[in-house]
Design a protein around this ligand. Structure first.
Ligand code: ACO
Length: 317
């Protein structure tokens, strides 16, 4: 992927929001219906519970509404909505319904890149701003409970529902995006897939092995484009599929896991929502200061990988 062209119009994140369904599904509740245990799930994945029962449109409306409110923007001022999801409520139109329900008057598109969807959406939104849009709402939402087989102990513990959103606004100076990378390898689709109308199927060990390599490769490309090294990164915001994948990726990148934002314990893998949920958590906890460098990185079905380096606040030094 090319580096960002000199002089390209930049953007900064001016608001964010999150949404999770009310219903909590604990490991013990799962263990009551299948041959598993809280101890097995926690030790193999880092997950204690997940939220289930959401709809992609409903969760997106809520996270999008919060992000607009924080940015202090009337919905009519948004120029485009990019909704990343691999579980649309209907075959098409989730973004359009969210646009209508939030009172926006702009183009609206669903983007599906499995768990890297939010990253593809975020990079796309920066591209729209480089081409003249002033404000773009990016939402990552998945309701994976609808495509999870709750009789399969190999997959059921991993997934949940959730949503995270950010508002991107154009700026005069340099924007926040210093480097980015988008990657895909369709030869590996078979190890992690879902038939239309079917459930998630995966070869867990093989996904694990590739996931670490994909995240590290993509992160290194983004950092090279940004002209920074891992030592410059204040916080890594990784896709939350398994705490052991996050740990292994951090080890290989050379960043302590204490400098990662981790929310998987209470959310599970929410696909397109994990990165905006982890980003919002870090921001809400005050872990990010003006000028800090953030590395956002994920992998997903396809298989896909994506990452970017952001300097929080844009041209702050
Ligand atoms: N409870 C108890 N035992 C289990 C469970 C469970 N929930 N699941 C599997 N086991 C058993 C297996 O049957 C196996 O038993 P055996 O040794 O008698 O054959 C044993 O535990 C070990 O199984 P493994 O699959 O080798 O366990 P592993 O350590 O690899 O962990 C896991 C499995 C957690 C799935 C891991 O491979 C992983 O996280 N992979 C990546 C998954 C992922 O990131 N998916 C991305 C999805 S993104 C998307 O779909 C949108």
């Amino acid at each position: 992927m090319p580096a960002i062209r000199e002089g390209a119009r930049g953007a900064v994140i001016s608001g964010w929001g999150t949404s999770l369904p009310e219903k909590v599904l604990t490991n013990d509740e799962l263990a009551a219906t299948m041959d598993t245990s809280d101890e097995w799930i926690r030790s193999r994945t880092g997950i204690a519970e997940r939220r289930v029962g959401g709809t992609t449109i409903g969760l997106s409306i809520e996270s999008g509404r919060q992000a607009l409110e924080m940015a202090g923007l009337d919905p009519s001022r948004i120029d485009a909505l990019v909704l990343a999801t691999t579980t649309p409520d209907k075959q098409w139109g989730s973004a359009a319904v969210v646009q209508h329900e939030l009172g926006m008057r702009c183009g609206a598109v669903d983007v599906n890149a499995a768990c890297t969807g939010f990253m593809y959406g975020l990079v796309t939104a920066h591209g729209l701003i480089a081409m003249g849009a002033d404000r773009v709402l990016v939402i990552g939402t998945d309701s994976l409970s609808r495509i999870t087989d709750y009789t399969d102990r190999a997959t059921a513990p991993l997934f949940g529902d959730g949503s995270g959103a950010v508002v991107l606004e154009s700026v005069d100076g340099d924007g926040e995006l210093l480097g980015w990378d988008l990657d895909a390898d369709g030869s590996a689709l078979g190890i992690l897939q879902a038939e239309v109308g079917g459930y998630i199927e995966m070869e867990g060990k093989e996904v694990f092995r590739r996931a670490v390599r994909l995240m590290v490769d993509s992160a290194e490309k983004s950092m090279a484009h940004a002209g920074v090294t891992i030592d410059d990164i204040k916080l890594i915001i990784p896709h939350q599929a398994n705490i052991r994948i996050i740990q292994a990726a951090c080890d290989r990148l050379g960043i302590p896991i204490e400098r990662a934002s981790v929310v998987i314990e209470h959310t599970g893998n929410t696909s397109s929502a994990t990165i905006p949920l982890a980003l919002a958590d870090a921001l809400d906890r005050g872990r990010v200061e003006y000028g800090d460098l953030l590395l956002l990185v994920g992998f997903g079905g396809g298989m896909t990988a994506a990452s970017c380096v952001l300097r929080w606040g844009g041209d702050a030094q």
